[in-house]
Design a protein around this ligand. Structure first.
Ligand code: ATP
Length: 399
């Protein structure tokens, strides 16, 4: 089959893509979304110049790049992190496009449509969760830095005079979000950026940092972007991107405060912070002390043995509770092993159906952290689980 596309369609796609590529020009990413890169003339490896102290030269004995006897690093040069490709079946006929390195720009471009359809008045926000792609020079540390990742961004549009106040608000609010979801507050800190560190669009930025095993590292950035984005997109598209109040005649370009977080990085912090090992009755136990709201399974329903009518009652209990909370049924292996398995994936509660259950319609409810067991009537179980899920929670993990 001939490898050509319908010329009219291709023309339209090309025009659209050129407009899309202009988005990255307007946002400043084509020019400024770079990391400093150095090459080693000796080993041929590339390193991020501002992370040399965290990286290892591939040659033995292991040292930081530039510190080994043979290291021969080039001067740092700017390396653009955007992935570039062409659209359409024929490369030569296609237009250049970029995979988005952040979710924010789509929000700015769609600002007038959202304003018109939602009929909001600043302050208001547009949030998005989605994939972002960056050609990272040195990905690694498990899911801390990957080339495809999930971002959660909020663009908070405010009247120009209110940006600083909202910046303070969102900085505190975002720090609190991690604490409320169980992260130890002494493992979190806010780090304001110095003037030489600020991105091209930002007048104020603070990072929420977490004490990862690799040291204090960024979880999220909160930036005061001013009117940079709306102004630039308006300039490049020729369309007005402003708020107009027809009742008062008020007209202005809103300023933007942006909390920008990585879902993968937050997940890593939640897991690292929850991981615990302890000894229970002379046996080692690994337990993920996740906040119950974050635990993927809230309750495990476990018949003590696979006979005497216990699995039948357990199935009935499981079918009942799973309509209210995420539940798992498990009847395979010893009860001790089944508890341990659930402890390792962070399931906060275990329900065991034993012989007493056949007599009095009660079950034992075991708490992952305290290991305390209580007898609860089956009829009250789902309600009790919901009550516990709703309650305040702080990690029992210390240190
Ligand atoms: P870093 O300095 O770690 O490269 P950044 O300052 O470039 O991060 P931002 O552009 O502020 O990151 O992106 C917002 C958030 O997106 C980061 O705080 C982080 O949680 C997440 N993030 C950014 N790059 C990656 C990546 N390569 N892998 C996973 N998450 C990422």
């Amino acid at each position: 089959m001939a490898q050509t596309a319908d010329p009219v369609t291709m023309e339209k796609i090309t025009a659209l893509c050129k407009r899309r590529a202009r988005v990255w020009e307007a946002s400043g990413h084509l020019e400024s979304f770079t990391d400093p890169l150095v090459d080693c003339r000796h080993c041929g490896q590339r390193f991020r110049a501002d992370h040399l102290q965290d990286l290892e030269c591939p040659e033995k004995p292991s040292k930081h790049p530039g510190e080994g006897p043979n290291c021969d690093l080039t001067e740092a040069r700017a390396f653009n992190l955007m992935f570039e490709t062409t659209i359409g079946p024929v490369k030569e006929q296609g237009a250049t496009i970029f995979l988005r390195p952040e979710t924010a720009q789509g929000i700015f471009v769609d600002f007038p449509q959202v304003l018109q359809t939602s009929r909001k008045k600043p302050p208001f926000g547009i949030a998005q969760v989605g994939k972002a792609f960056r050609n990272e020079i040195t990905p690694g540390n498990f899911i801390f830095r990957t080339r495809e990742f999930e971002q959660m961004e909020l663009e908070w549009f405010v009247p120009p005079g209110e940006a600083e106040r909202w910046f303070e608000y969102w900085t505190e609010e975002r720090l609190r979000w991690y604490v409320d979801l169980g992260i130890r507050s002494d493992h979190l800190q806010l780090r304001p950026h110095g003037p030489d560190e600020l991105s091209h669009y930002s007048s104020q930025t603070s990072d929420v940092e977490y004490l990862f095993p690799i040291g204090w590292s960024e979880l999220e950035g909160i930036a005061n972007r001013g009117d940079y984005d709306l102004r630039r997109h308006a300039e490049f598209s020729g369309k007005k991107l402003e708020y107009f109040d027809s009742a008062t005649g008020e007209r202005y370009v809103p300023h933007v405060v942006e909390p920008s977080a990585g879902a993968d990085r937050a997940t890593l912090a939640f897991m690292v912070d929850a991981y615990d090992e302890e000894e229970v009755e002379g046996e080692p136990r690994t337990v993920l002390r996740l906040h119950p709201r974050l635990a993927p399974i809230k309750v495990a329903v476990l018949p003590l043995v696979r006979k005497d009518g216990l699995p039948e009652i357990a199935q009935r209990v499981y079918q009942d509770v799973r309509r209210r909370v995420q539940a798992e049924y498990d009847e395979g292996g010893s009860i001790g092993r089944r508890y341990r398995r659930q402890d390792e994936i962070g399931t906060p509660w275990g329900v065991t159906i034993d012989h007493q259950s056949t007599q009095d319609e009660t079950v034992t409810l075991r708490d992952r952290d305290s290991l305390q067991q209580e007898r609860v009537p089956i009829a009250e179980l789902a309600g009790e689980l919901e009550r516990r899920l709703d309650a305040d929670w702080t990690t029992p993990k210390s240190g």
